[in-house]
Design a protein around this ligand. Structure first.
Ligand code: HEC
Ligand code: HEC
Length: 217
């Protein structure tokens, strides 16, 4: 299958499964939250771990600045445990942090962080840049590994509403997420898109591509 068809196939699959899967926090652009209202909570509560402007300075805490609105809202909804049900994306820290907020406030928070400017990062491992770039741009046909660029975009800016920004993301965080997809501890990706991809990756490939992505812009 050509890379384009592969991406298209996945896009259709994710689209269909997404709508059925996310319930209230559907992937629609509307209604948008109010970034000014979101700012109050973001700069007093979320800032400690994600940075006041959504640019994280801590290895395992993701940057949220400039991330897609729909993706942010989906993650907050997934991280929140609802009425006795475990959260779709399990993380003890975030479960506690997001618990007090209702859907309206999560929309405001998503609108605030989506409106912030992401700071560019940098790749740090010269030795693996080529490998990371090859995986990112072309994938590995032999293993059936699709190009990351086909969904996350050639510059890593993501493709709203479905595919998150990954350029400039903290390397350790991105690496941990790929490993969590691979071992199934993160299982909130519709149609197992990222779980299927991560299963085909070695530790060395994960490290190379996440380092490359940090410097991509
Ligand atoms: C005590 C630290 C801490 C605080 C405070 C915190 N977070 Fe987080 N947040 C995390 C960590 C750690 C993760 C990564 C979870 C994982 O590894 O799956 C995360 C993940 C997220 C994600 C998913 C990002 C992605 O790229 O998938 C969103 C969205 C988020 N937090 C929003 C918020 C919001 C909104 C607030 C404020 C109400 C907040 N966080 C407060 C630590 C924190
Ligand atoms: C077919 C589309 C597709 C392809 C190809 C793809 N991704 Fe993803 N990726 C997604 C989707 C969709 C999500 C969000 C899953 C969710 O809803 O939580 C995601 C999430 C991620 C995340 C987590 C982002 C965060 O903020 O937590 C990382 C890291 C990631 N992808 C890396 C990669 C890498 C590296 C590759 C290439 C080896 C790749 N992706 C290829 C669709 C794709």
């Amino acid at each position: 299958m050509s890379r384009f068809l592969f991406a298209l196939f996945f896009a259709v699959v994710t689209c269909g499964a997404h709508a059925a899967d996310t319930g209230k926090a559907s992937a629609h652009k509307t209604p948008m939250g109010d970034p000014a209202r979101g700012k109050e909570i973001a700069t007093t509560v979320c800032a400690a771990c994600h940075g006041a402007d959504g640019n994280s300075t801590m290895a395992l805490n993701p940057s949220l600045a400039g991330q897609g609105y729909d993706y942010l809202l989906k993650q907050m909804t997934n991280l929140k445990a609802a009425e006795g049900q475990p959260a779709l994306r399990e993380n003890a820290v975030m479960a506690g942090m997001i618990a007090p907020y209702d859907l309206g406030q999560m929309r405001d928070l998503a609108a605030y962080f989506a409106s912030q400017t992401p700071k560019p990062g940098a790749a740090t491992n010269e030795a693996t840049i080529q490998m990371g770039q090859a995986l990112y741009r072309r994938g590995d046909m032999k293993k059936g590994l699709p190009a990351c660029a086909s969904c996350h975009g050639p510059t890593g800016a993501g493709i709203p509403a479905q595919y998150p920004r990954i350029s400039g993301q903290r390397t350790d965080y991105a690496e941990a997420q790929l490993k969590a997809f691979r071992d199934g501890t993160r299982a909130n990706d519709a149609a197992k898109v990222m779980r299927t991809i991560a299963l085909k990756m070695t530790d060395a490939e994960i490290r190379a591509v996440t380092d490359y992505m940090a410097g991509l812009h």
